[in-house]
Design a protein around this ligand. Sequence first.
Ligand code: S3P
Length: 451
Amino acid sequence: MTQTHVASESMPRALRAIPAAQLRGRMSVPGDKSISHRALILGGLTVGETLVAGLLEGEDVLATAVAMSAYGADLQRDDDGLWHIHGCGVGGLGEPDGMLDMGNAGTGARLLMGVAAGHAFTSFFTGDASLCSRPMGRVMRPLEEMGTRFLARSGNRLPLAVTGASPVLPLVYRLPVPSAQVKSAVLLAGLHAPGVTTVIEAEGTRDHTERMLRGFGAEVSVETDEAGARHISVPGHQELRPARIRVPGDPSSAAFPVVAAACIPGSSVVVEGVGINPMRTGLFDSLRDMGAVLRFTNERDEGGEPVADLEIEGAELKGVEIPPERAPTMIDEYPVLAVAAACAEGETAMRGLAELRVKESDRLAAVATGLSDNGVAVEELPDGLIVTGQAGRPQGGGTVAARLDHRIAMAFLVLGLLSRDGVTIDDVSPIETSFPGFADLMTGLGAEFEA
Ligand code: S3P
């Protein structure tokens, strides 16, 4: 893989979503972003051939592929879209020649810092303007305790250099914020430690790393204490075995057609092959609480992850209070949930969401501005949003700044479909990070967009 395959400097591109009548049809969404990053990284830590089907070929994941190649792993995509990875073994990566440009990919950057921590050379990380504004101290602190050294820009932001230790020190670490990225970085670093590394999370976060480590033959133990906290432990110096992985459809991408269909009475949509890991399904629970008709059918297990087809019928939704403890299971879905709330009857309150301020953009500010510019009453709290629904179609008519944030761009395109006057997004190019083909797939359901 070479850098020219990815991180293509997409040109800013405005797009307007036109109010949609009913949405109908079947579709599938691209592979899960979280699982795709992990498949490339863990595949690169094995010796032998790992095969990955259904990989998300969005810019974020391709940035991780380029980075793994720079570390010495061999990654090839065949004509059937199957990825063949020949890795270097745990601790066997080589020093990259240049900067690792992670583009917009927070998951790629933070997980690879955990891997870099176990290699006694210096790796240099950078990213786009959004990634360079995001906090990296949350990953640096535990990795420094494990013996790694960092040199970062002010505020512990990218670009930064990480000099790994060999071996790293095993660590017992209680997560100060519920973050699967931080958990995963520490566990990946722990693979290189002479002893057991344990991460303690008070609130469960997505567990794809734990599941996939097991799929690669690693020993991982998970225990829950009396307070309900999960203790995830990995012994170091384990060999990973190559694996075959089928990446399920991303529930965070399915969220957009699901909300669009759920909010237009008479719509009927099936999204096939979506991951329904319970750590990711909070949006679907919340939509059901709001009165949405949403069924999981054809439930099955694919490579250690639960998968189902999602059947959605449009209905009139009502506002609800979203339990704050549900946040880790739907952390990326609040922008599109807020769009559903804008169409519902009554108030929807979402709290406990300070983390949304440090995502690809400040999502609380982005959603509040986008909704109010389209005629929806919304109160922005320090850690949440209260949206007053319109009991039907919001006015729309506004132009929303995507702020280099794919999920803001897609959420407000959905608002446009659900509105009376349509909504314009100033730049939809960030959608390529997670959902290539978004507009075409939505068009297949009956949506219309104009450039
Ligand atoms: C992710 C974890 C979440 C999520 C992100 C993907 C992952 O971030 O928002 O899109 O793949 O581990 P945090 O760990 O910062 O909560």
